[in-house]
Design a protein around this ligand. Structure first.
Ligand SMILES: [Zn+2]
Length: 327
């Protein structure tokens, strides 16, 4: 197979080769090749301009039509679900209780008492129980968490401007991760995110991929994060599309493709963040997020992981032993 172009007379073979390479690059831009291995258009040297207009991008690769994109979306979702395993307790960080004891912020006796109460209640984080028995203040606990995670403490209460960055990420994801986008630097594309208690690295990675930015995590006092989330809940656009009951990869894939078609998305991004498969559709007029909450059927219901869920649960009647601690 040979390609013929009307080449202009060049002064040297090198210049001619460069001119040919430039034309090839332009032609590729006008007629991009579909990334699907089984593309029915693959045998055609130049796919039609009409197909280029109807194609979509996923993960930096271009697909000529629905059929080719469907295979890629399906593969992507299956891979994300396969990678989503229940979070194992981290062993590479000093447990917060031991850290507090080693820094002489609490005593052995206080640690044991808090652990016993946590075990008896069957819920809540250790830091929460240490505060309940007044072994440690919220500020000291947050400072210790900053040491544990190796990141700075963000003074969220003194920083009202965080609200302007809330629309960068879907609110249900912020709520699930107990996290708040607190500052964005457009020039360097650095996004500062404040977390309560624990930093979720799946969320950080997903945000970086979705927004094409660098994330800088920090720890903030849990009550400040909860207050910030309550404020953001009232201001959220609420245009995310959320599914709580779909766990089948084929159904997730079909749902993403369906919305991409209806909304005319030119680009589709799919990541995993926390317990969600998160799809972002990019249209010429804006973006739309779709969230699928993964609920492993075989696992028992986990302890509430979100401050939001803890707060909600506390409004329900509690066991006597737990209620007496609140008094
Ligand atoms: Zn194709």
């Amino acid at each position: 197979m040979s390609l013929r172009f009307n080449t202009t007379i060049s002064s040297s073979p090198l210049a001619a080769a460069r001119a040919w390479a430039r034309r090839m690059a332009n032609a590729r831009g006008l007629f991009p090749r579909c990334s699907a291995a089984q593309c029915p258009e693959a045998s055609k040297l130049w796919p039609s301009v009409r197909r280029r207009a109807s194609g979509r991008e996923l993960g930096g690769r271009w697909y000529c039509g629905e059929e080719c994109l469907a295979g890629a979306v399906q593969h992507r979702v299956e891979r994300l679900l396969a990678e989503a395993k229940p979070a194992k307790p981290r062993t590479y960080r000093v447990p917060i209780g031991l850290l507090l004891v080693s820094r002489r912020m609490i005593s052995d006796v206080q640690l044991k008492e808090a652990l016993r109460k946590q075990r008896e209640a069957g819920r809540g984080r250790l830091g929460e129980w240490l505060q309940r028995i007044r072994a440690v203040s919220a500020g000291d606990l947050t400072a210790a968490l900053g040491v544990q995670w190796g990141c700075p403490v963000f003074p969220l209460d003194a920083h009202e401007k965080f609200v302007q960055w809330s629309s960068l990420l879907p609110f249900p994801l912020l709520q699930a991760g107990n996290m708040v986008p607190v500052h964005f630097e457009p020039e360097s594309r650095r996004l500062h995110l404040a977390f309560a208690e624990r930093i979720d690295h799946t969320a950080l990675y997903a945000v970086e991929q979705m927004l094409g930015c660098t994330t800088l995590p920090s720890i903030a006092e849990d009550r400040s994060v909860l207050r910030a989330l309550e404020r953001l809940a009232g201001q959220s656009r609420g245009d995310e599309i959320c599914f709580d009951s779909i766990s089948d990869s084929a159904e997730i894939g079909r749902t993403i493709l369906s919305y991409a078609g209806v909304l005319g998305a030119r680009r589709v991004r799919i990541e995993r963040a926390l317990a969600h498969v998160w799809a972002r559709l990019e249209m010429p007029w804006g973006t739309r997020d779709i969230l699928f909450r993964m609920v492993p059927q075989e696992l028992p219901a986990p302890l509430p992981d979100s401050l939001w869920e803890l707060k909600f649960n506390e409004k329900r009647p509690m066991k006597e032993s737990v209620a007496s601690l609140d008094g």
